[in-house]
Each structure stands twice: as structure tokens, then as C-alpha cells.
Design a protein around this ligand. Structure first.
Ligand SMILES: Nc1ncnc2c1ncn2[C@@H]1O[C@H](COP(=O)(O)OP(=O)(O)OP(=O)(O)O)[C@@H](O)[C@H]1O
Ligand SMILES: [Mg+2]
Length: 233
């Protein structure tokens, strides 16, 4: 019997990245080889400055690596097109949220659906957006409030709801529970687990939180430009 091997949804090969500063070059990632599968929730740990956000920016198609290749479903991102990849296949919860600050929470979510052409399975975009905001613990009053009138943790949850709104294959999140209390963070972890296990998505989360790492299926650690360790084979 031949084993059926599924193509990884995301594959990083010999990935290196160097920032060119005014005075010096900083090599952040060194020859990284990594594969990510559907249906799996990954966390990436590592000290501050170790390159976690850099790795996420490259893997989510926001920046291009100095060296190496990134494949989505076996196709090189440069061939697929970074814009198309970001629009159709990957969604990101940014460390700094990157919300549209002149809009309400609700409009932030519906705008993301409009831009990516996401059609909710049932009902209208607005209904779906309110559902997602409720899932992350934001009520209708908060949904209609300008995002600058929400607390930091509430803004963080809008960023999560916005990423959930786009029906993509890979969800990237950069320290998504950094501003949340324990109970709210647990709720977000449960959402990530459901996305991976019930909807067969690939969820990749960068974090300093051991609780988040414990709730994930696989934990990778980034240190000195290299990725090591996974708690499961
Ligand atoms: N645009 C840039 N130009 C030059 N250096 C950069 C740039 N962006 C990041 N760096 C440097 O690259 C290294 C990795 O940064 P990165 O933001 O990826 O770290 P991180 O692991 O996400 O840290 P944190 O946990 O604090 O968010 C740091 O030393 C940082 O100063
Ligand atoms: Mg970072």
C-alpha cells in the first residue's frame, strides 16, 4: 500500500531574511525549512526580536524573503501572486491590529468581506459580521462604535473577527491575545482550535503565551534565526 501524502498547505524552503539598516545588516532568519498542514493549529514562540513577526510577514505574503521560496498548496507565491494569496488564501491578525480607525467595528469586518469578495454562507454580510463580533465577545453596541472608542483588548478582538470573516485557508495571528484577560483569551483559543479541527484550516499564531501554546497542536520555537522543536511528531 502506498502512503498518501498530502501537499502541505504552506511550505517554507531555505528561507532567509536580512534587513538592510543604514549602518548594518541584520540577518533574522537563516535557512528555515518548515511545512504547515491543514487542520492543524500551530504556535510559534521565541524571544522578543527573534523574528516571529518577520516570519509571519513573509509567510503571509506581506514581504518577500531575501532568499528561499514559499509555496501555497505547492505553488510558489511569486507565481500565484502575493496580492491574490493575501486576498483569497491568507488572513492576518496583526500585532498592532491595523484597524481602519475612522470606521465602526462592524464596518471593519464587513469591509474586509467586501474587499476579499467573501460571501457569507447564510444571510447578509452585516448579519455574519455581527455574529463573528459576538463570538469574540463584542455586543451590538460595541459593534457599532468607532474602533477608537473601544478598549485595546476590544480592538484586538475586532481584528480577530475581521480575520475570521474572510473564508481563507490559512489564518495568521501575531500575539492575538496579548491584551486579553484569561477568560477572553481562552475563548479565542477555542475559536482557533475549532477553525483548525472543524473547518480544516491551518492556524499559525505567534505568541509569548504558554497558555496559547498549550492549546495548540504543535509548538515551534524561533531562536537565533532557526526554528526548532515541535511537541508532536
Ligand atoms: N524593517 C526593519 N528594518 C530593520 N530591522 C528590522 C525591521 N523589522 C524588524 N527588524 C529587526 O529584526 C529583528 C526581528 O524583528 P521581529 O519584529 O520579527 O521580532 P519579533 O520576534 O516579532 O519580536 P516581538 O516578540 O518583540 O514582537 C529585530 O531585531 C528587529 O529590530
Ligand atoms: Mg513581533
Amino acid at each position: 500500500m502506498t502512503a498518501v501524502t498530502e501537499t502541505p498547505v504552506l511550505q517554507l524552503s531555505a528561507l532567509s531574511h536580512t534587513y538592510q539598516g543604514q549602518r548594518r545588516r541584520t540577518t533574522v532568519l537563516r535557512q528555515i525549512d518548515l511545512s504547515f498542514e491543514r487542520g492543524t493549529f500551530y504556535t510559534i514562540l521565541g524571544p522578543s526580536g527573534s523574528g516571529k513577526t518577520t516570519l509571519l510577514s513573509l509567510a503571509s505574503g506581506l514581504d518577500t524573503p531575501t532568499q528561499g521560496t514559499i509555496r501555497f498548496d505547492g505553488q510558489d507565491l511569486t507565481q500565484l501572486g502575493l496580492g491574490r494569496y493575501r486576498n483569497k488564501h491568507a488572513a492576518t491578525v496583526f500585532q498592532q491590529y491595523n484597524l481602519l480607525t475612522y470606521m465602526s467595528a462592524l464596518r471593519n469586518v464587513t469591509t474586509a468581506m467586501e474587499i476579499t469578495g467573501t460571501k457569507p454562507p447564510t444571510g447578509r454580510r452585516k448579519t455574519r459580521a455581527l455574529e463573528l463580533l459576538a463570538q469574540v465577545g463584542l455586543d451590538t453596541d460595541m459593534a457599532h462604535r468607532n474602533v477608537l472608542k473601544l478598549s485595546g483588548g476590544q480592538q484586538q478582538r475586532v481584528a480577530i473577527a475581521r480575520a475570521l470573516a474572510c473564508d481563507v485557508d490559512i489564518l495568521f495571528a501575531d500575539e492575538p491575545t496579548g491584551n486579553l484577560d484569561e477568560d477572553t483569551a481562552d475563548g479565542i483559543i477555542a475559536i482557533f482550535r475549532r477553525l483548525a479541527h472543524d473547518q480544516n484550516k491551518c492556524v499559525i499564531v505567534v505568541t509569548h503565551s504558554q497558555t496559547l501554546a498549550a492549546g495548540s497542536d504543535r509548538t515551534l520555537t524561533l531562536r537565533k534565526g532557526k526554528v526548532s522543536g515541535t511537541n508532536k511528531p
